[in-house]
Design a protein around this ligand. Sequence first.
Ligand SMILES: C[S@@+](CC[C@H](N)C(=O)[O-])C[C@H]1O[C@@H](n2cnc3c(N)ncnc32)[C@H](O)[C@@H]1O
Length: 358
Amino acid sequence: MELKCVSISNSGQPYLRHRSTPGEYEPTNLTLKHPCSDHYPLDLYRASISFGNEGRKRRTERETAEDEATDLLDKDKGEDRIELSIILPESEETVANIFSMLGKPDEDPHWADVWHGGIALNEYLVSSSTDGGGVGGSLVRGKRVLELGCGVGLTGVLCAMEGAKKVTMTDREPFACYCAIASAIANGFASVARALDEDARVVDGLTQMDASLLDDIVYSNRSSECDCVEARIMNWFKLDEYLKEEDDFAYDVVIACDCLYCEEAVEAVASIVFEAFSRRQRQEGKGVNNTSLSSPFTFLLADPPSRFPQNHEKFLNIMQEKIGVSDVEKEDTLLAVRNPFQRDEGEMVVKICKYTFL
Ligand SMILES: C[S@@+](CC[C@H](N)C(=O)[O-])C[C@H]1O[C@@H](n2cnc3c(N)ncnc32)[C@H](O)[C@@H]1O
């Protein structure tokens, strides 16, 4: 019997999700083994996706040097499209099938897919840094970025490409963390990506992985302003546990794409954002409500507006309660994006909420 991934929406209606054909995926030598069983290996693939204006490719320094050497650089074209490789399983369905076969049908396979929220935030970040300030200016350049619910690393890795100083991608699912760090490495961040076997907190559940395999997936050496890209296991409901092991929880920007889909998560996510904000305040020697931070603290939230808008409202209320109504600015941007990983779903509108805490 073929098992299909069926998610139950809040309305109680199941919906089926599909994605593009695995033929578009390039196989890698990476395989995830489930900690509970050797029998269901999960092969990982490389797929690429680009952001920014079509036909205008942003080059790595190495590519630029090569093009200049062979006189291929078309100077009129500009360089504002950015190409990203991601490492991920064949499909969310494959993961759901494995969970089912292991007798864990309730485990969440959503990390294994690429979602419209992530695609839209990437477009927003790229367009904001290439259209002369545009919607968001260079929001992450030089910043320390914390990503919640990173999945396979689509947006965290883009932040590193966009010049973030440090990127911490977090997810409760160890396999997602593995894919996220593999995606960072696949984009040339090998030298700054924290090796999986060097940190017990990262490696938890992944000890069977051969980190040396990751060397084979690096395909360009990216020179970057980024000092560190890491993937860490963090469950929003266990922030205290995470913080016990974390002595450097200091961020300027927090991002979350397609994460506010369940009501219980809103309070937990709000607490993490508030913790990150207040630690930064303390780090700068300011009390909460002091308006003279060196640069504003930003939270970027991306979700289709039709998906649980009440959760967004609740989030804003919590933040205003914690920080003060006049100290939370919110700016919404709507972006219609197509998700090449879910082609049959067509274009979807995503709302990017940019919260600035003054
Ligand atoms: C819908 S996916 C979005 C993935 C990615 N941000 C994107 O836009 O493609 C939601 C992600 O949140 C993670 N997640 C869900 N609940 C979580 C929790 N309680 N703690 C940490 N991560 C969680 C899932 O594992 C999954 O990777």
